[in-house]
Design a protein around this ligand. Structure first.
Ligand code: AHR
Length: 658
């Protein structure tokens, strides 16, 4: 006991000496008077298939263009050996099978000893791991049985690092599916798949696929476990999907139609990904949406990571940065029906058409959908008119579902002002605001919601990301300055969590070899994944969200940037903790005296989680994934009069037991 007292005294002395050089501030925190509840859904995830987020990313399929439906049907594929004319033929059965018209006919009967094969380059190569099982599958139709498939995974030097064999059954007639598995013998980030056709015969092939077996929850044809794990680690309250501009499409024919993304994967009609050609400086000609990750899988993912699903549906308008096509108001029915049917797909019982499909896909229980977004970044009266039609139909049929509506591309200006007031007049439940702004904007707007109307719609900070250079600039970086500015802004969201009930960073994923948009929350290559400083900032908010907001003031004012500090506080009634977040954007340390009302003391030890870097340009990377990341330690404090210290350029979370 005596020893413990000495240690505590030494700690006090050490801390006091440390404080000597720090500026002094005093925060008043009213623990006993919560000013609102924090929504359990508050901090979530925004998913869009951009930057190879889905195909080539979280969707673990390794074969690119598995069904030959890209514009150039052989994109991603190359012949091996010495094919003679007609040995590999792309056929199109558009009249009979509009959803997946193309397939490949392989005829080896005129091939000599040089052999015939087909190679697939994967999405910027294939990430292959030693010891992992790989499941290769095809759909095939025999004409002249006799061909068997010899499979090779090869590294960049052509060395075989995995081999298997598939002997298609000698049945003639309709299409069959067959699977074979083999293990990789080495790890390689950019492997390729070779398929050698051995023996004489003629066979049709489609849906040529290769998946690792170590997917999330081991689901066949599933998702990359490492990428999902980073999402799960955030303990997200919601998952917004599938976008983003991808919902709108370049034109209406390319809009996201959820019904085309459910059911058997070979029946899901592929479309070009609008990020394929959006940016001239980052063209991605091999970017398509196969919808292997479709709406069923999105709902399942949300459930897996404990997040509420928040689907966004097309409102009858194509992207206004592109064609800006709109559906005539009197022809909106199909679009509205899509929204109503989506609710049935998610929540309907298994006697309903769409509820039955959900059950057939393996999920008889409902997905408990509670909110739905109508439109992404749409604007103008044409949006409001269409939204009103949706709103009426939804409220008549499903008043239990909250409607999320977009206030457009910007957080201020004429477009925003018009929409904000129109949406309030319509009485939508939640307004989705987007902010892609410089770091300074985030610092300057930490008090944005302090005086927002408490009687109007709730706010969804649906897409936020500080841009280090300019919006959509390829030079933007996820550096510490951007993350620090977001941490400052998020104190304002937390302080106003009674009105701002959802928040997510955007975009979510970026593939180091295949991105179109930067900055992004999480970066990946074919084998690894790392969180940016921005990821850790939002994760700290999410995993320390508490249950109730409490008032934190300095000289009677909220702490929203005065003399370089930003702060907010919550209590967690489940764990009996006071949780304080503080951002110090200055280049000097600051000591803060915490005057607590409503508790005469806190526990003598507390937890301090700190993110800091003296260099605001610091970024995380595949080589240094934790360069700026949370460091947690226990601190000893004066439990009747706690005092803490925040370092220059730091984001801090303090947890006190009360
Ligand atoms: O997050 C990238 C894009 O930014 C989204 O698709 C869109 O909603 C916004 O303009």
């Amino acid at each position: 006991m005596k020893g413990t007292s000495y240690i505590i005294i030494i700690c006090f002395v050490a801390i006091s000496v440390f404080y000597a050089g720090a500026q002094e501030r005093i925060f008043d925190i009213a623990i006993d008077r919560p000013i609102g509840e924090v929504s359990p859904q508050m901090w979530g995830v925004f998913f869009e298939d951009i930057n190879l987020g889905a195909d080539g990313g979280i969707y673990a399929e390794l074969v690119k263009n598995r069904s030959f439906e890209f514009f150039r049907p052989m994109m991603g594929w190359h012949p091996l050996g010495a094919p003679v004319e007609g040995a590999l033929l792309v056929l199109n059965r558009q009249e009979h099978h509009a959803k997946n018209p193309r397939f490949l006919r392989v005829n080896t009967m005129a091939i000599g000893s040089s052999g015939l094969g087909l190679g697939n380059e994967g999405f910027r190569g294939m990430g292959v791991k030693a010891g992992v099982r790989y499941d290769f599958s095809i759909m095939y139709r025999q004409h002249v049985p006799g061909i068997s498939l010899r499979l090779e995974l090869v590294d960049s030097a052509g060395i075989v690092i995995g081999a298997g064999r598939l002997e298609p059954a000698a049945v003639t007639g309709g299409w069959q599916q067959q699977i074979t598995s083999f293990h990789a013998t080495a790890t390689h980030p950019k492997a390729r798949l070779n398929i050698w056709f051995e023996g004489n015969g003629e066979i049709d092939l489609d849906m040529i696929s290769l998946f690792p077996a170590d997917t999330w929850q081991g689901r066949p044809g599933g998702l990359r476990a490492d990428m999902v794990q980073l999402l799960a680690d955030m303990e997200p309250g919601f998952l917004r999907f599938p976008g983003g501009c991808i919902v709108e499409g370049y034109d209406l024919s390319q809009r996201f139609q959820w019904k085309k993304t459910v059911g058997p994967v070979e029946e899901r009609q592929m479309v070009i990904n609008r990020w394929n050609f959006e940016f001239k400086h980052r063209p991605t000609p091999d970017y398509f949406q196969t919808f292997g990750l479709g709406f069923f899988e999105y709902f399942q993912l949300a459930e897996d990571i404990g997040a509420e699903p928040l689907p966004i549906i097309n409102c009858g308008m194509a992207c206004q940065f592109n064609t800006a096509e709109v559906v005539p108001l009197d022809q909106l029915d199909t679009y509205v029906q899509d929204a109503l049917d989506l609710i049935e797909f998610a929540n309907g019982d298994t006697t309903t058409t769409w509820g039955r499909l959900r059950a057939d896909m393996g999920h008889p229980e409902p997905f408990n959908l509670k909110m739905i977004g109508i439109g992404n970044e749409n604007w103008g009266p044409q949006y409001v008119e269409r939204l009103a039609v949706f709103q009426q139909a939804m409220k008549n049929r499903h008043p239990e579902i909250a409607i999320v509506a977009s206030s457009g591309t910007d957080p201020n200006g004429d477009r925003f002002n018009y929409l904000d007031s129109a949406l309030r007049n319509l009485g939508v439940d939640i307004i989705d605001e987007h902010y892609y702004r410089p770091p300074q904007w985030f610092f300057d707007n930490a008090a944005r919601y302090d005086n927002y109307d408490r009687n109007g719609p709730r706010i969804f900070a649906g897409e936020y990301a500080a841009q280090s250079v300019a919006i959509a600039s390829p030079d933007n970086k996820n550096n510490w300055l951007t993350a620090l500015s977001e941490a400052a802004f998020l104190t304002g969201l937390e302080r106003n969590a009674d009105i701002v009930t959802l928040a997510s960073y955007a975009p979510l994923f970026g593939h180091v070899d295949g991105w179109q948009w930067t900055p992004d929350l999480i970066w990946v290559d074919n084998l690894t994944v790392y969180g940016t400083p921005n990821y850790y900032v939002q994760k700290l908010y999410s995993t320390n969200k508490g249950t109730h907001i409490v008032q934190l003031t300095e000289k009677g004012d909220t702490v929203a940037g005065q003399r370089d500090l930003f702060a907010s506080a919550v209590v967690d009634k489940k764990t009996n903790e006071l949780i304080i977040k503080v951002v110090n954007r200055s280049d000097y340390p600051i000591a803060i005296q915490l005057e607590l009302s409503g508790a005469d003391h806190v526990a003598q030890t507390a937890v301090h989680v700190e993110m800091r870097s003296d260099d605001l340009d610091t970024v995380n990377s595949i080589e240094a994934p934790l360069a700026v990341s949370p460091q947690e330690r226990e601190i000893v404090i004066n439990h009747r009069s706690p005092r803490v210290e925040v370092s220059p350029y730091s984001f801090n979370v303090f947890r006190f037991k009360i």
